[in-house]
Design a protein around this ligand. Structure first.
Ligand SMILES: NC(=O)C1=CN([C@@H]2O[C@H](COP(=O)(O)OP(=O)(O)OC[C@H]3O[C@@H](n4cnc5c(N)ncnc54)[C@H](OP(=O)(O)O)[C@@H]3O)[C@@H](O)[C@H]2O)C=CC1
Ligand SMILES: O=C1O[C@H](COP(=O)(O)O)[C@@H](O)[C@H](O)[C@H]1O
Length: 500
C-alpha cells in the first residue's frame, strides 16, 4: 500500500468524529493503513495541532470499536494528525494547506499521494474540488483521489451538473462516491455468494426465482433532520442510492469475483435494463407513504407532520415501496420489490429471494423455498426448505438453515470503504454511470410526487408500512416475507423453532 496523505474536509464534523477517525484508527490497529501516512483535518476555527489531537482522542474513546494495546500505540496514531483552519471558499486557505501537506510529506519522507475526503455539506463539493485544483494541491506526481459523501445531487439535472464540475478537477477513476450500504460486510458478500456457490449460481435466474424483496426498515423517525429530510424524502434519502445499489448488487450476474471495472459494467447493465416508469405506469408500481402517530416499542410517538421542523401540510414521503422489472435475459418476468421507511415495526435491512414452486398447480400448499440475506442489524443468511412433519406423514413443514456471522468485532462499513479508497480499489463505490442511471430511473417518481400524481398513504408508526404496500405485492400473488406482526394482529406465519 502506498504511503500517503489523508486530507479531511469537515474534520470537525459529526461524521468525522463518529465514523471517519474511528475507521482510520481501527485500520491502523489492524495494520491495514500504509506504513507511513499523514492525516490533515480541516475545520473553520483556529485550533492547535495538539488540541485537535485531543478531539480525535475523544472521538476514538467514544466511537472506536477497538482500543489501543497501549498508550504508545494511541500516541503514535494521534501523532499522524495535524489540523488546519480552512474556509471552503477561500483559495488562500488552500495555498496554506498545500504548504502544510508538503511540509508533512517532507518530514515523513512520503510521496505526494493525496486522498481528499469531502465530509462537508454538498453545497461545498464543487468549490472544494476547484480550489484543490487551483491551489496546486491536486497537481501531484503521485496519485490523487477524491472521496465524496452523499447526497450526489438532488435530481438528474443537478447530479449531472455536479459531476461535470468535479470532472474538471478529477478523472472519474479518481472519484470515490461513498454509499455506506456498499461497505456493509453482507453487501460486500453478495457477489461472492452468487459467483462462488454453484448451488446458487444454478438457481440464479427467472427459471427458478419467483420474486426478490429488498427491505430497509427503520424504527427511528425524522429525528432532528427535518430541515434536510423534508426536502429529500425516502426516495432521495434511501431509494436513489442505497436501495438501487442493493438491487444492482443482488441482480448483477458475475461469472466469478469481478474487479472494479467488471462490477461497474454489470451494474450498469442492470440499470440499463430497468423498465422505465412513465405517467401511465407509475401509480401501479410506486407506493408513497408517511407515518402517522403510533407506538414504537410500546412508547407513543408523534406523526411525521407533528415532528419538530416539519412544515404544516408536508406531503413528504417517509416510506416508499416499488415494483421494478429488469428486462434482460436472466430476470425478465421476475418482480423485484423495494421497500424502505422510517418509524416501522423493526430495524431490518434484508433481501429475501423467493423461489418458484416447482409443483405449482398441484395443490401442494408447500411454503416456498427462501434465501434470506440479513444485512443489518444482524448479518446472516438463512435458507428455508421443506421437510416432513415427524408426527404427520402427510404434512410438510418449513425448516430454516441458519448461518449468522458472529462477533461484534466486524469492521464497520466506513472502515471497509476507507480501506478500499486508501488501497485504490473502487469496486464498492458508486460509479458515475450507476448514479446517473439511478437518478434517471427515479426522476419520473420525483416528478410524480411534485405533481401529486401518486396518493400519499398513511401508516401508523410501528407498523410494516401502508396497506397499499401489501397490496402492491399481493397483486402479483405474493406477500412480504418475515414482517413482524404488529400488536393485536394475528401472526400470519407460524412461529418457527429457530433462533432469529
Ligand atoms: N453525519 C452523518 O451521520 C452522515 C453524514 N453524511 C454526509 O457527510 C457530510 C458531513 O456531514 P456531517 O459531518 O454530519 O456535518 P456537520 O455539520 O457535523 O459538519 C460539517 C463540517 O463541514 C465544515 N464546514 C462547514 N462550513 C464550512 C466551510 N464554509 N468551509 C469549510 N468547512 C466547512 C464544518 O466545520 P466547522 O467546524 O468550521 O463548522 C464541519 O467540519 C454531509 O455531506 C452529509 O450529508 C452522510 C452520511 C451520514
Ligand atoms: O443514509 C442514510 O442511511 C440511514 C440508514 O442507514 P443504516 O446503515 O442504519 O441502515 C438513514 O437513517 C438515513 O436517513 C440515511 O440518510
Amino acid at each position: 500500500m502506498d504511503n500517503m496523505t489523508f486530507v479531511l474536509f469537515g474534520g470537525t464534523g459529526d461524521l468525522a468524529k463518529r465514523k471517519i477517525y474511528p475507521a482510520l484508527f481501527n485500520l491502523y490497529i489492524d495494520k491495514k493503513m500504509p506504513e507511513t501516512f499523514s492525516i490533515i483535518a480541516l475545520g473553520r476555527k483556529e485550533t492547535t495541532h495538539a488540541e485537535f489531537q485531543q478531539v480525535v482522542a475523544k472521538s476514538l474513546e467514544t466511537f472506536s470499536r477497538r482500543a489501543a494495546s497501549d498508550e504508545a500505540q494511541l500516541k503514535a496514531f494521534l501523532e499522524t494528525v495535524r489540523y488546519a483552519a480552512l474556509d471552503a471558499g477561500n483559495l488562500e486557505d488552500f495555498n496554506k494547506l498545500r504548504t502544510l501537506v508538503e511540509q508533512r510529506e517532507q518530514e515523513l519522507n512520503i510521496p505526494d499521494n493525496r486522498l481528499f475526503y469531502l465530509s462537508v455539506a454538498p453545497e461545498f463539493f464543487e468549490t472544494i474540488a476547484f480550489n484543490i485544483k487551483d491551489s496546486g494541491l491536486g497537481s501531484t506526481t503521485g496519485w490523487k483521489r477524491l472521496v465524496i459523501e452523499k447526497p450526489f445531487g438532488r435530481d438528474l439535472q443537478s447530479a449531472r451538473h455536479l459531476n461535470a464540475q468535479l470532472s474538471k478537477a478529477f478523472d472519474e477513476s479518481e472519484i470515490y462516491r461513498i454509499d455506506h450500504y456498499l461497505g456493509k460486510p453482507m453487501v460486500q458478500n453478495l457477489e461472492i455468494l452468487e459467483s462462488s456457490n454453484p448451488i446458487l449460481k444454478a438457481l440464479w435466474s427467472n427459471h427458478h426465482i419467483a420474486n426478490v424483496q429488498i427491505t430497509a426498515s427503520e424504527t427511528v423517525g425524522v429525528e432532528e433532520r427535518a430541515g434536510y429530510y423534508d426536502h429529500s424524502g425516502a426516495i432521495r434519502d434511501m431509494v436513489q442510492n442505497h436501495m438501487l445499489q442493493l438491487l444492482m448488487m443482488i441482480s448483477m450476474r458475475l461469472p466469478r469475483k469481478g474487479d472494479a471495472s467488471e462490477v461497474r459494467m454489470k451494474k450498469r447493465n442492470v440499470m440499463e435494463s430497468l423498465r422505465p416508469l412513465n405517467k401511465e405506469t407509475i401509480a401501479q408500481n410506486v407506493v408513497r407513504g408517511q407515518y402517522a402517530a403510533g407506538e414504537i416499542n410500546g412508547k407513543p410517538v408523534p406523526a411525521y407532520i407533528d415532528e419538530p421542523g416539519v412544515p404544516a401540510g408536508s406531503k413528504n414521503d417517509t416510506f416508499i415501496a416499488l415494483r421494478l422489472w429488469i428486462d434482460n435475459y436472466f430476470w425478465s418476468e421476475v418482480p423485484f420489490y423495494i421497500r424502505t421507511g422510517k418509524r416501522m415495526k423493526e430495524k431490518s435491512t434484508r433481501i429475501v429471494i423467493e423461489f418458484k414452486e416447482p409443483l405449482k398447480g398441484q395443490n401442494t400448499n408447500n411454503d416456498p423455498n427462501l434465501l434470506v440475506i440479513e444485512i443489518n442489524p444482524n448479518e446472516g443468511i438463512f435458507i428455508q426448505l421443506n421437510k416432513k412433519d415427524p408426527l404427520d406423514n402427510e404434512k410438510l413443514e418449513p425448516m430454516r438453515i441458519n448461518f449468522y456471522e458472529c462477533g461484534n468485532d466486524l469492521p464497520e462499513a466506513y472502515e471497509n470503504l476507507i480501506h478500499d479508497a486508501v488501497r485504490g480499489d473502487s469496486t464498492f463505490f458508486a460509479h458515475w454511470d450507476e448514479v446517473e442511471l439511478s437518478w434517471q430511473y427515479v426522476q419520473p417518481i420525483l416528478d410524480a410526487f411534485e405533481q401529486d400524481l401518486i396518493p400519499l398513504s398513511y401508516y401508523p408508526a410501528g407498523s410494516n408500512g401502508p396497506e397499499a404496500s401489501d397490496q402492491l405485492v399481493a397483486a402479483d400473488g405474493f406477500k412480504w416475507w418475515l414482517d413482524k406482526p404488529v400488536e393485536g394482529e394475528k401472526a400470519e406465519e407460524k412461529e418457527l423453532a429457530v433462533q432469529r
